[in-house]
Design a protein around this ligand. Structure first.
Ligand code: ASP
Length: 584
């Protein structure tokens, strides 16, 4: 037996007990006549004491050999500490050590194993197993476990069954590239790793499983944007005999359960907004509604004067920055520079100060009088003391630019509070999305999403107008999940594939198994998936998902600890019938 107690367990009530502890040496303080060692394990830190009077010379000598991160086992008596440490739960006691065994030595770690470490991100990732010994990382992993347990508990109580679906499959289109795995036994053929278990969960519905969930790894080979992982975890769900309303209710329940159990926060009804309204009011399909600054469209009240820039624009739209009227000229110029950065892409910005005395001062006073500007204020909901910022141009781009400005300002003004939770359903997404480059439509959610009843005909005339039974759950400006009611008959699915540019042969080759299954009594069904990594990060009040993943990949999709991906040798390539031109 290595230990009778953990390093986080002992209190004053244990005084005089003989105990055995095992763990890592956190710190050694050698005062000559007395040595203190902090012993750490997952549960906490316990102070060990060795002194000239009470400890044998042999043991003191052994103690002198210890170094940071050595793994040791000690037996000793719990005694009262002379100077107590109220900051840690074991701070009232220490262990007077009688026996010490060094279980393993350690090299000096490349960074300090402290809450505030001296190690940068790269070195911590390379030695992630040491990073995991640090409280912040350890706590994040434990936190993730708690969230996952609550998810399982809630869904199980709602009669969902967790079913594992395969990882070696054929492509499931979720909008990214597939990671593929060559098959040794089937020369020249490849499996794809699932971008999601989408088709399998639908087949489970045909199989009568009724309510399915799975906490599951998904793989998407995308150009990595900040804070994306090529492999990530979803809470994947599907239900049969349901309408959109049933699904929203269940997952509103799950979200409410998590916020209550994990954060102690009670949330009322979840507001809903249509995709079109979200774009109009926030320029974004995942709006953060913890603060106002809703868009005010100004076309009708700003295109009647001689100001060509506005007159030529498809959209003129503004927001009011609370308290912004006090910004100096320099501060406003900086803001203009900010919207003109290539990442945002605005050409310029018109502004109007709404002074405390009710008057206006704008950058376009030459064109607009006080009465015009008062209308802008009404449209953007500006109050005296605010700054109205106006962008104009192509609708889609201008909305995206103003949305970026809105988020930036909210960040600067501290309006995105991590202890405030504002969920929102975004519903009625378009079924299809136009790819500007190719001029083709592709499925906005995925090809199995059903159009709204009665809209199938529009596919032939105005495909961009067709709305889907698709929904996203947004929390604090982050999309944490999304799903849809599915197509469950072969004919509709065939029409969808046709509109997505598949020939009947291609559709059959890729999705014949699903179309076949639909002929054997497929029930109406739908579902959704939550991104577990992001959900955990938001609940944990952190920005990056990497902190909540035990062994994350870096921005180039590499695991720098195990050094993957890596080249494989010729023999292995041959076995897989692969030939490569590139050589290491
Ligand atoms: N498979 C979808 C996704 O991964 C979720 C769903 O439609 O249920 O985004």
């Amino acid at each position: 037996m290595y230990r009778s107690h953990s390093c986080g367990e002992l209190r004053a009530s244990h005084i005089h007990k003989t105990v055995k502890l095992s763990g890592w040496v956190q710190t050694i303080r050698d005062k000559g006549f007395v040595i203190w060692v902090d012993l750490r394990d997952r549960y906490g830190i316990t102070q060990l004491v060795f002194d000239e009077e009470r400890t044998s010379k042999e043991l003191i000598d052994k103690t002198k050999k210890l170094g940071r991160e050595f793994v040791i086992e000690v037996t000793g008596e719990v005694i009262e500490r002379a100077s107590k440490n109220p900051n840690i739960p074991t701070g009232e006691i220490e262990i007077l050590v009688q026996e010490l065994t060094i279980l393993n030595e350690s090299l000096t770690p490349p960074f300090t194993i402290e809450d505030d470490t001296d190690g940068g991100e790269d070195i911590r990732m390379k030695y992630r197993y040491l990073d995991i010994r640090r409280n912040p990382v350890k706590e994040s992993l434990i936190f993730r476990h708690k969230v996952a347990m609550e998810v399982r508990k809630f869904l199980s109580d709602e009669d969902f069954i967790e079913v594992e679906t395969p990882y070696l499959i054929k492509s499931t289109p979720e909008g990214a590239r597939d990671f593929v795995v060559p098959s040794r036994m089937n020369e020249g053929q490849f499996y794809a790793l699932p971008q999601s278990p989408q088709t399998f969960k639908q087949l489970l519905m045909v199989g009568g499983m009724d309510k399915y969930f799975q906490i599951v790894k998904c793989f998407r080979d995308e150009d990595l944007r900040a804070d994306r992982q090529p492999e990530f975890t979803q809470i994947d769900c599907e239900m049969a005999f349901v309408e959109q309303e049933d699904i929203l209710n269940i997952f509103e329940g799950l979200t409410r359960h998590l916020l209550k159990e994990i954060k102690g926060v009670t949330i009322g009804d979840f507001p809903r907004i249509t995709f079109d309204d979200a774009m109009r009011k926030y320029g974004n399909d995942k709006p953060d509604i913890r603060f106002g600054m809703e868009f005010g469209e100004l076309n009708a009240i700003a295109q009647h004067k001689e100001f060509g820039i506005f007159n030529d624009a498809e959209l003129v739209v503004g927001i009011a920055i609370p308290g912004g009227a006090s910004y100096t000229r320099k501060e406003i110029d900086k803001l203009i520079d900010w919207v003109r950065r290539p990442q945002v892409g605005a050409k310029g910005m018109v502004y109007a100060k709404y002074n405390e005395d009710g008057s206006f001062k704008s950058s376009v006073d030459k064109f607009y009088d006080q009465e015009d500007l008062a209308k802008w204020a009404a449209a953007t909901n500006a109050k005296p003391g605010d700054l109205i910022c106006v962008l104009s141009g192509d609708t889609t781009k201008t909305r995206a630019q103003l949305s970026a400005l809105r988020m930036e300002i909210a960040e600067r003004l501290g309006l995105r509070k991590s202890d405030e939770f504002a969920p929102l359903w975004v519903i009625d997404f378009p079924l299809l999305e136009l790819d500007e480059e190719t001029g083709h439509y592709h499925a906005m959610h995925h090809p199995f999403t059903s159009p709204k009843p009665g809209q199938l005909e529009l596919l032939d005339t105005t495909p961009g107008d067709v709305k889907a039974n698709a929904y996203d759950l947004v929390l604090n400006g982050n999309e944490i999940g999304g799903g849809s009611i599915r197509i469950h008959d072969k004919e509709t699915q065939a029409i969808m594939f046709k509109h997505l540019g598949f020939t009947p042969e291609e559709a059959k080759a890729q999705f014949g198994f699903l179309m076949d299954a639909f002929q054997y009594g497929a029930p109406p069904h739908g579902g959704l998936a939550f991104g577990l990594d992001r959900l955990v990060a938001i609940l944990g009040g952190q920005e990056t998902i990497r902190d909540f993943i035990a062994f994350p990949k870096n921005n180039s999709g590499r695991d720098v600890m195990i050094d993957a991906p890596a080249f494989i040798d010729d023999e292995q390539l041959n076995e897989l019938s692969l030939k490569l031109d590139i050589k290491s």
